[in-house]
Design a protein around this ligand. Structure first.
Ligand code: HEM
Length: 472
């Protein structure tokens, strides 16, 4: 009997708690869908029935007159921003209120993810950002282009050989597989100083370990949502994103490469070298030109935060965490962007022809020399890439966490009072939905690189094209 009474009390307490959590948006009249117990509005995402970008898009389109909308990510209230002025305010002027990403993992359980630039918070993030951003300037990228060309030649060689040895002089390829292997080999070379050929040696250790690190499948989504809703419990249960084996693999790889370079005085202008420089405090932001001057539309200019000089000593774990982040951040983004570009070129032969003509003309003008400088002449290629990143943005949403209570104003015309977002609550900018809003991009589902041409690009409103949006 006593057990039953306790059980009833426990159930009542849980119901009351959920009621409280799920009433968060009601008082201030923030539009949202009715949440289900525990999963909130993330049920379709958790069960894998809908991609999170579709969830955002349904909200975005249903509440088309609202400035912002509510969504319960399991037990965590999250605000989806719609209004461009509000996005600008939150991302730039009032960025200090939203400086951190939402917690993904615990850094004591998962140092490889918990200590990377994505997870670091506040001042530590600023310092790591300033430490690393010199590595992404065009002068440093210039030094890495030859490695990318080497990997490219390797891939073309393998594909040509497959065609030559085929029965009918052609091969069917899975584009996502080819671009994934290409992205893998580029990052192996540029970020880890390792040469691999994943097109020939299909199951090499770097590829299999990297894939398992970057693959954000069902289990990882649950871990993310779990940390979002029950961080203390997840930490207690010692639930991590990466296996111990993977963590150890990357740690050994980065540290042994660094040691070898130091011992044998080897110089290779890649990310490992830049991390070694960062460790010694020798890496500084040296860009004379602005980032946009010699790159194209599909780039983002570094903020002032990244241009500051810092004198801070980072631990080995911190450096390994950044190298691993280059993998996690680059592997899926590059491979999916490239495979969508290939798809669009296949289904739009006129665009493919135009791009081919530009590349051949450039080849003739530069006597076949392909390098960082000659790429800058390929303005139509820049339009094609920009449009692919609009139509198929690899990062479908940008997230941040509120670090100090903040007044977001009224959610819509019917709201009776302002909504104060509380410390610890999250916001999301729905990139995919904004990129597909017909108000900003007429015929949004049409692949039209000319939107980004010299004559047309002034039509693109600020904050509506945000595939890389870096805040602040
Ligand atoms: C098409 C390719 C890519 C896209 C669309 C993309 C997009 C993004 C986006 C949207 C963010 C979040 C920005 C924010 O919330 O402030 C981000 C962050 C980041 N990306 Fe990429 N990315 C791409 C490729 C890469 C590559 C190749 C690397 C490195 C090798 C990389 C390294 C990073 C890092 C280090 C951050 C964290 C920046 C910070 O928190 O300060 N990304 N990226």
């Amino acid at each position: 009997m006593i057990t039953l009474i306790w059980l009833a009390i426990l159930v009542l307490v849980i119901i009351q708690y959920m009621r409280k959590v799920y009433s968060r948006f009601d008082d201030a009249g923030v539009s949202h869908f009715k949440p289900a117990p525990v999963v909130g509005n993330a049920g379709m995402q958790v069960t894998g029935k809908r991609h999170v970008s579709q969830d955002f898009d349904i909200l975005y389109q249903t509440f088309s007159n609202d400035r912002f909308i509510g969504r319960y990510e399991m037990m965590r209230p999250t605000v989806i921003l719609r209004d461009l002025e509000l996005i600008k305010k939150v991302a730039i002027k009032d960025f200090e209120y939203f400086i951190d990403h939402r917690a993904v993992v615990d850094d004591t359980v998962d140092p490889l993810f918990g200590r990377n630039l994505f997870s670091l918070k506040g001042q530590e993030w600023k310092e790591m950002r300033s430490t690393l951003s010199p590595a992404f300037t065009s002068s440093k990228m210039r030094g890495m282009v030859p490695f990318m060309i080497d990997v490219n030649k390797q891939m073309i060689g393998v594909l040509k050989k497959k065609i030559q040895t085929s029965e009918n002089n052609y091969v069917d390829i899975e584009c996502k597989d080819v671009t994934t292997r290409y992205a893998n080999d580029v990052i192996a070379s540029c970020a880890f100083g390792v040469k691999v050929d994943s097109h020939t040696d299909e199951d090499n250790e770097f590829y299999t370990k990297g894939r398992s690190t970057a693959n954000f499948g069902f289990r990882r989504i649950l871990v993310f949502l779990g940390y979002a809703s029950f961080p203390k419990l997840m930490k207690k249960l010692n639930i991590s994103l990466f296996s111990n084996e993977t963590t150890q693999f990357f740690k050994n790889l980065v540290l042994s490469t660094m040691k070898e370079r130091e011992d044998r005085n080897i110089f290779r202008p890649d990310m490992i070298h830049l991390l070694m420089e960062a460790k010694k405090g020798k890496l500084t932001y040296d860009e004379k030109t602005t980032d946009k001057a010699d790159t194209g539309f599909a780039t983002v200019e570094e903020s002032d935060i990244g241009k500051k000089t810092v004198n801070r000593v980072w631990s080995d774990t911190d450096l390994v965490a950044q190298a691993t982040l280059f993998f996690v951040a680059g592997f899926e983004t590059i491979s999916s962007a490239m495979s969508f570009i290939l798809h669009e070129l296949a289904v739009n032969p006129d665009i493919q022809e135009k791009l081919y003509a530009e590349i051949m003309e450039n080849e003739a003008n530069t006597n076949g020399k392909f390098d960082y400088n000659s790429i800058q002449n390929l303005t139509y290629l820049d339009c094609v890439i920009s449009e692919a990143l609009r139509l198929w943005p690899p990062a479908v949403g940008l997230d941040r966490m509120c670090v100090r209570d903040y007044n977001m104003g009224r959610a819509n015309e019917k709201s009776k009072k302002d909504f104060i977002i509380r410390k610890g609550e999250g916001i999301v900018v729905p990139v995919y939905s904004i990129h597909h809003d017909p108000e900003y991009f007429p015929e949004p589902y049409k692949f039209d690189p000319d939107r980004f041409s010299e004559e047309n690009k002034h039509n693109i409103k600020p904050m509506t094209y945000i595939p890389f949006r870096s805040w602040a």
